[in-house]
Write a protein that binds this ligand. Structure first.
Ligand SMILES: Cc1ncc(COP(=O)(O)O)c(C=O)c1O
Length: 450
């Protein structure tokens, strides 16, 4: 930290150079990469004519240059653009439920606004919501946390980001099984640590094996980020598989674990959903169990995620949140409270519909030439290995496949390379049965065009 002192702008000593023309001020810095335009917002000094704008070079942080924008969002945006241009596009890129937020939750949000629950809350969430989350963890997962062990954030995404920022240092490694949710490696990089990617394949059900985990752990390993059911594969760990991974982790007390259970409620495996801290109580003290209402209650836009974990880590994560966003929206917290406390039949109904779509869609995809696809335990994604299809069509990779498919058939999918799994594509079935049928028809035509 240093104290600021008042210094005329044109005498700055940090290498930046003041440029002034026609009443417009801008700054040029040493070693710059990009150029932007500095446009004065006020009319004093008088706004210049367009021709008088001056190029201003912009030096971005090394941190931001280490990360890339989300490929899922890029694919969604591209499909939306073509649709807006009038093309007949089917998009299976969505990473969110296609159902409306349950009425009870929506009404609670509206009532919160009317009641004036529109002020800051505690950084980590209201007492009522934290208690509802404690009760949810106890009832659904047999995990017992007190309120000091709960943090509510602006979506599970912020929960994960807080976790990385709170526990990772430069030189630390975070193990991430691939295929992974696109944001994990970049969050680790933003925290100045190193993502260590462990590849899994369709042959092992896209699941990390105990042997792979043991081989990936080094003295630098600080965190394991694991998602079950998984986006993009829909694969989920059984109790036995958690136990086996837990045995490996028990021998490495420095390793913290973040389990991302955001798809917990979209589930149709033979055995009930389970999570690591529940199955392996010995790891409770170093596991952060992450969840939220985005997928379970079709509330992606409300931005409420949460976690339970060791109080010390939760406090550190709250400190990060307190210096970035502070509390998640007070209105959304009221809606999430109603969602968690209310009738859960809506969750079961949505799940039943996802399962119907899954049972129809996966076998139909697996029957297409050059496509390999396994049944999922949960989530609303189909993940397909397309190496056979690439060969048939003479296409270089999954990106080329998605580009050609969008161009010729107007069908948008997400390339697997964004999930650390080249040679795959992800299809979301969070859409109507009619759209899925039409998508299958387009895919069939495309694959048989070889
Ligand atoms: C695996 C996984 N974790 C976390 C998130 C983020 O959820 P939220 O919308 O609550 O931030 C997503 C969203 O797509 C996800 O797929």
């Amino acid at each position: 930290m240093r104290k600021a002192c008042v210094q005329p702008l044109d005498e700055r000593s940090d290498g930046s150079r003041l440029i002034a023309r026609g009443g417009v001020l801008g700054m040029q810095t040493k070693g710059s990469h990009g150029f932007g335009y500095y446009k004065p917002r006020t009319s004093f000094p008088p706004a210049p004519k367009q021709a008088e704008y001056i190029a201003v070079s912009i030096q971005l942080s090394r941190r931001v240059q280490r990360v890339k924008p989300s490929p899922t969002m890029a694919a969604t945006a591209r499909a939306a653009r073509l649709k807006a241009e009038g093309r007949d596009i089917i998009s299976l890129t969505a990473g969110e439920p296609d159902f409306a937020t349950p009425t009870e939750a929506a009404e609670a949000g509206i009532a919160a606004i009317r009641d004036g629950a529109t002020r800051y809350t505690d950084v980590g969430g209201t007492t009522e919501l934290k208690q509802a989350i404690c009760d949810k963890f106890a009832a659904d997962n047999h995990l017992h946390y007190n309120r000091a062990q709960i943090l509510v954030s602006c979506g599970a995404k912020q929960t994960l980001f807080n976790l990385c920022m709170a526990v990772l240092d430069p030189g630390d490694e975070a193990i991430i099984p691939a295929p992974y949710w696109v944001s994990y490696p970049d969050m680790v990089r933003l925290a100045d640590a190193t993502p260590v990617i462990v590849d899994t394949t369709i042959e092992t059900g896209y699941k990390l094996t105990p042997r792979q985990l043991a081989a990936a752990i080094t003295p630098a390993t600080r965190l394991l980020l694991i998602n079950s059911p998984c986006n993009p594969t829909g694969a989920a760990y059984s109790r036995l598989e958690w136990q086996q991974l837990g045995e490996v982790l028990a021998a490495h007390p420095r390793v913290l674990i973040g389990t991302d259970d955001i798809y917990e409620k979209i589930w149709w495996a033979d055995e009930p959903f389970s999570t690591l801290a529940e199955v392996c109580p010995a790891l409770y003290e170093r596991t952060i169990t992450i969840n939220g209402v985005s997928k379970s209650h079709a509330m992606t836009g409300w931005r409420i995620g949460y976690c339970g974990g060791p109080a010390e880590i939760i406090t550190a994560m709250a400190t990060i949140q307190g210096q970035s966003t502070s509390n998640p929206s007070s209105v959304s917290q009221r809606a999430a409270l109603a969602a968690l406390r209310g009738d859960q039949r809506c969750v079961a109904d949505m799940n039943a519909e996802y399962q119907r779509r899954h049972d129809f869609f996966i076998p139909a995809l697996a029957a297409l030439p050059g496509f390999e696809c396994r049944r999922a335990e949960g989530s609303f994604y189909a993940f397909v290995r397309i190496t056979g299809a690439l060969q048939r069509l003479g296409l270089a990779d999954d990106q080329a496949f998605c580009d050609r498919l969008l161009e010729t058939e107007g069908l948008a999918l997400v390339p697997g390379s964004g999930f650390g799994a080249p040679g795959h594509v992800r299809l979301s079935f969070a859409t109507s049965r009619a759209q899925l049928e039409a998508a299958l028809e387009r895919l069939g035509r495309f694959l048989r065009s070889a």
